[in-house]
Design a protein around this ligand. Structure first.
Ligand SMILES: O=C(O)CCC(=O)C(=O)O
Ligand SMILES: [Fe+2]
Length: 332
């Protein structure tokens, strides 16, 4: 069931053996010295305005100082997360050919992804596979996989509520209209990405997922207990320790532009696990393609752009350079 990484990317592995004397830093170098903020969202539902305001402040501070934080009592039942994880595991258990060639789930073209067709060296390869599901695709999933589509639907609805709530709190003090997210981010314009990281015999040389920022407003991530997610802070990679009670929230590129850099879209990556598979899934909170992203804070650092322009620019840059350039493309 694992994708044939070594076979497909044989030349990269061969090149690696030839130049292995100049290996740069081992991927495992990282730091455990920092604790990611952990925020209890229960306080948002309490009557006491001071308690609520303190929680709001913590969210804003974490989004501006870290771009990444963990939330507990987030409103998504634990059972719902578990059942999506079980369904995800089953979906990946299909033979590789059924996932890659037969489109086993009947999703849109190119929804099943693995490795990195553009990799020119091992460090650009991603030792993982993913189902990237536009939420408009839920109704396409065949009846045979009803329990999967039901789990995706349940999770997407609650993740959307959580994401909208977080986005509104973050935008409130930026001068963004209070209905901006409600109007521009209907549930079906977001994406669900289910990731699987198979055990990797080259985990000190190959990433599970290469360093990147997310193209969303924000992303809600559920990870299992294996670990491996890291974020870039103060010049080093920090491990994000799994917390079984918590979901992760990270700021994406669109919020960085909307907030004029008040909130940061932080680079993150996943180390490939050595012995056991790792599973995660992420809800990317995104607007319609026509949505215009422009900051209310003046002078604006970015020229205004639509989500469509942004996504097209990413594709052009990927084609030309092999890398995502992202929001810096729109700096004035
Ligand atoms: O697997 C993870 O923990 C993070 C996944 C991720 O960053 C992504 O899918 O964009
Ligand atoms: Fe990501």
């Amino acid at each position: 069931m694992d994708p044939p990484f070594q076979e497909k990317y044989k030349s990269l592995f061969n090149d690696y053996t030839m130049v292995s004397n100049d290996k740069d830093e081992n991927l495992m170098n990282s730091s455990d010295g920092w604790e990611l903020p952990l925020i209890d969202l229960q306080r948002l539902t309490l009557k006491d305005p001071d308690i609520r305001e303190k929680c709001v402040e913590e969210i804003r501070r974490a989004a501006s100082e870290w771009g990444f934080f963990q939330v507990i009592n987030h409103g998504i039942p634990q059972g719902m997360l578990k059942s999506l994880q079980n369904e995800q595991r089953k979906a990946f258990q299909h033979p590789f050919s059924k996932k890659a060639e037969d489109n086993v789930l009947n999703l849109s073209a190119n929804s099943y992804r693995w490795g990195n067709p553009r990799a020119t060296c091992l460090r650009q390869l991603a030792w993982s596979e993913a189902f990237h599901v536009p939420l408009t695709d839920i109704s396409r999933i065949c009846d045979e996989h009803k329990t999967l589509s039901a789990s995706i639907e349940d999770f997407a609805a609650t993740a959307n509520t959580l994401a909208q709530g977080m986005a509104e709190i973050l935008a409130e003090n930026l001068g963004v209209s209070s209905t901006f997210f409600q109007e521009n981010c209907p549930e079906e314009t977001s994406y669900l990405r289910m990731n699987r990281y198979p055990p990797c015999p080259f985990s000190s040389e190959v990433f599970g997922l290469v360093p990147h920022t997310d193209s969303s407003f924000l992303t809600v991530v559920n990870q299992d207990q294996i670990g491996g997610l890291q974020l870039w802070k103060n010049g080093r990679w920090i491990n994000v320790k799994p917390n079984p009670e918590a979901l992760l929230i990270n700021i994406g590129d669109l919020f960085q532009a909307l907030s004029n850099d008040v909130y940061k879209s932080i680079k993150h990556r996943v180390l490939a696990p050595q012995q056991v598979e790792r599973l995660s899934f992420a809800f990317f909170y995104c607007p319609t393609y026509e949505t215009v992203i422009k900051s209310c804070i003046k002078p604006s650092m970015y020229r205004e752009f639509t989500f469509r322009e942004f996504m097209m620019q990413i594709q052009r840059d990927l084609k030309a350079t092999g890398d995502k350039v992202g929001v810096s493309r729109f700096l004035l």
